[in-house]
Design a protein around this ligand. Structure first.
Ligand code: NDP
Length: 394
């Protein structure tokens, strides 16, 4: 029986709330706290038949003192941070002050610079260790399950892994001319930055979305995949034995890229403030306000996602190549938790990560990325809680 505080009430939070409330014997009390109280109350209402006791609270998670006050009132064992990456450090500070475990799905980035690095959060390792509390970073799908696929492959299939390609396909169609499947601001900041991959101990930069090829996905078929930088590579290069090269790829449709190009060319994706009507506004934040809310896309999205890792290396001196992946159906997710598959594939691993800290032995003090833990129970739970995975030999 554990109390958890879920911060954020967007698309991913909806899935975390549903999934945690499906396990009332573990998550006996849940508090949903976010900037807009009404959104918390809507989520609470969606799970009103659960045996978990659910409460809500208004919270500005940019303010550490406000988080500390809420923690002291609600007294959770763990915070599941599914607000935005900008809040990671204020929430970690509040956890340190109050001795509460921490989990998130995206690494900290400063609001005025699109820079995805673990250095800010890794710097908390000694402080968390000394306080006797755990932080689990990146417990979504990518980062998250993709890290775990690598850890599982390292443990069960390989003596050494030399090459990793993480490949993320969303073959879903939401019916809108242009929309993003998770927070538009975070998503567009990520996609419009330079590409980067790691080879022979060096990071190699590429122009944004300039490297691409066609890839044939199981159950989906051919899709164009684009090389991007993605945060899980930063920890995997430290934690996977024998690694020589790691890349991250994501699918985008021609239509999505055409819209993005136009928006970029006219300056709408910029994070530099401009003066409009005497007020300072950030173009990308304004764009977010006019785009469809990702949490509302579930109703109309059809099709599947396929996210996985292609791993090459050696076992007993012989070369081997494996593909570990999950396929997730947007409509099936919506029928279970009112959400599309991108939020679902993030929210389910967040719930499982929380379980692992509370009951599964992942409560070692310090700050950890997911592949630093024993992957077996988490992998087993993915199969049981809606994200079954498959392994093929290529
Ligand atoms: P949404 O924008 O739908 O939800 C974010 C929520 O956080 C909103 O409810 C928002 O409040 C709330 N919030 C924002 N700022 C604050 C604040 N200062 N204080 C309190 N609450 C705040 O985003 P998603 O649900 O799509 O994404 C959530 C997280 O999941 C993001 O960090 C994203 O990067 C991550 N993610 C990770 C993935 C993975 O595989 N690892 C994949 C997809 C997403 P309000 O409603 O008022 O705006």
């Amino acid at each position: 029986m554990s109390k958890v505080l879920i911060i954020g009430a967007g698309g991913v939070s909806r899935v975390v709330v549903h999934k945690c409330s499906q396990l009332p014997e573990i998550f006996s009390e849940i508090c949903i706290a976010s900037r807009t109280l009404k959104k918390c109350d809507i989520l609470k209402d969606e799970v009103k038949n659960s045996k978990s006791k659910v409460t809500t609270a208004q919270l500005n998670a940019d303010n550490t003192d406000e988080i500390i006050t809420l923690i002291k009132t609600f007294k959770p064992e763990l915070i599941i941070n599914v607000a935005l990456p900008y809040q990671d450090l204020t929430i970690m500070d509040a956890c340190l002050e109050t001795g509460v475990h921490y989990l998130d799905t995206a690494n900290y980035e400063p609001i005025d610079e699109a820079k995805f690095e673990y250095k800010w959060q890794w710097a908390y390792h000694e402080k968390f260790k000394n306080k006797g509390i755990t932080a689990l970073l990146g417990s979504g799908f990518d980062p998250g399950v993709t890290n775990l696929f690598c850890a599982y492959a390292q443990k069960h299939f390989f003596d050494e892994i030399n090459y990793i390609d993480i490949i993320d396909a969303n073959a879903g169609n939401h019916g809108h001319p242009f929309a993003t499947n998770f927070n538009p601001e975070i998503n567009i900041r990520e996609i419009t930055q330079k590409g980067k991959y790691w080879e022979n101990n060096n990071w190699v930069e590429t122009e944004p979305l300039s490297v691409h090829k066609t890839y044939n996905f199981p159950e989906i078929g051919d899709k164009e995949i684009y090389l991007m930088y993605h945060e899980e590579m930063e920890s995997l290069v430290k934690n996977i034995k024998g690694l020589k090269k790691i890349r991250f790829w994501m699918t985008f449709s021609k239509q999505y890229l055409n819209y993005l190009n136009v928006l970029q060319n006219v300056g709408m994706t910029s994070i530099k403030p401009v003066i409009y009507d005497g007020k300072e506004i950030v173009p990308l934040k304004f764009l977010k306000a006019v785009l469809p809310d990702p949490a509302s896309l579930g109703k109309t999205t059809k099709g599947k996602t396929c996210i996985g890792c292609v791993l090459e290396g050696k076992k007993d001196g012989k070369p081997i190549k494996k593909y570990i992946y999950n396929i997730c159906d947007h409509e099936k997710c919506f029928s279970e938790v009112n959400s599309q598959a991108i939020s679902y594939t993030t929210g389910v691993p967040a719930m499982i990560g929380a379980y692992m800290i509370l009951k599964g032995g992942w409560n070692k003090p310090g700050v950890f990325n997911i592949e630093q833990h024993n992957p077996d129970l988490f992998m087993d739970m993915l199969n049981k809680h809606g994200l079954p995975w498959q392994v093929t030999t290529l």
